[in-house]
Design a protein around this ligand. Sequence first.
Ligand code: FAD
Length: 543
Amino acid sequence: MSQRNTTLANGEIIDAISRFLESPPEGTPDEIIEAFDLAGTREFLPPKLFLETVEQAPVAISITDSTARILYVNSAFERLSGYLRDEVIGQNESVLSSKSTPISVYQDLWETIKDKRVWHGTLVNHRKSREEYLAELIISPVFSANGQIAYYLGMHRDITEMHQLEQRLKFQKELTEAALDAVPMVVAMVDAERKVLMDNHAYKALLGDFRGVEPATLFLDALEQQLGFDLSNVCQVGKGFGNIDVRLDPPGGASPRWFACSGVRVAELDEAANNYFKQTGASRCCLLLIANEVTSSRRRINEARLNMIRANMAEQQMVQTMREAISGAIFKLQVPLNVIKAAISMPDGGSAKSSLREVLQQALESGNEAMDSLHGSLPSPTLEQTSTVNINEIVHEVIKLSTDRLLATGVVVDWRPTAVLPSLSGRANSLRGLFKYLIDNAIEAVNEAGRPYREVRLETREENHELVVEVMDNGSGIQQSQRIKAFEPFFCGWTHAGEHAGMGLTMAQEVAIGHGGSVEIDADFLGGCRVTVRLPVNGTEGG
Ligand code: FAD
């Protein structure tokens, strides 16, 4: 039977039902009239319209009995399966099975529908031509008046193409991920809320190195501090950035790591249904962050730089030592001169006293001359330009410069920098000098204490717009009575004063004050000493 004929036959059935309902034959049971009537004219649309709707529906529809024997199929079913309805009516739906669907799927299907529930799933079907296709199928039980399953309604569509597209998409995704994982650079896609949407192996490795702290956050913090880079602004302005060097300080005292960072703006796909027809211009965006590790080349450059700094600091140290020695001499000479001055100003008691006064006067004059020449020979402090400095970098350089001394004295350094610190406008050499004094003092203190385990711990952090550096040691500590005195010039509290001039903390404090900051000795620290340096982020240059 042709498709057209079948449609006519169905139409004839509907027409017959309509005619029957117009004048039901004498003696027709009321239930039958009621059943046709309810399904038709009164509460629902006419049966003819129902059938035509099902017949012309664009999805393949079949109605079976409770054993899946086909009773009805629509035109879309014929088109999709390639079978004419006469060829399948009376057959089991299994006529469509290509035998590639696992039996467990059918078991689940039957368990579900026999339990009077709707089954939704995918089967591998074949057409009459044996060509296979993927069928997305919904089977719904149709109940009789007594609640038993009378029929099953099956609706299916061909999703082969969609599946192919999905597979291609999956393949593309796997390919992209494999390529991303293979590259040595750190790659991450970050949304406007800094959430990492996608990353690669190198990123995950970095995440481990930073003990679970998202590297994307560290990079963005560093870029914000270095460039004033604002992630939300990138979405509006649409500009990325390229090859910006970022320094990250890993936890646990590991050496700093350097990355050349680039960022590319990528428009975020809007999944919201209500934005389906809207313009995507003002939509949100993500940032593709690419960070290429350049630590080894940076380390080589830093090594050369460190040598320069070492030479520079040695010179600075020499000048400083001379200044300290001469200042010490001035300080010491001032005492007898003051005594002489006081003696001269005492009332005159006779000629003998007068000649003594003369001698004293001469001694005072030659003393003053000596003082003038000492003042004249005092080397002037080196003037230094301010520049943008990274305190983590400065402290780390000083630790490296102190390596020989630390090794010789068996002191373990526990370096705990905050991964990203804002930079500061300051005098790098003076600041190096500041931390050198504090580290040297810490080494001296643990030496004097003579403990078997000698540790110096250095921590950096940002607190209330200040950069805080703490230098802690498990050495002899500073007595409460000496905490203020220790900052006085020429005060020396070491047991073995040796060549110490007692100017270290004075100079350290001078540098900190010159940067608008301070140096304090913690009164509550037990088991050693903790010196805290505070430097304002927007430091005022005091000279
Ligand atoms: P079988 O050996 O007949 O069945 C496989 C397993 O399915 C059995 O081991 C058993 O666990 C379960 N099973 C089969 N028949 C029954 C039953 N009557 N009662 C309880 N469990 C049973 N199949 C397709 O492959 N493609 C279709 O498009 C499709 N459409 C369907 C539409 C409707 C409305 C219904 C009710 C079923 C449909 N089926 C379809 C399922 C089909 O009837 C067969 O169960 C299936 O094709 C497996 O048949 P088989 O001969 O390969 O294996």
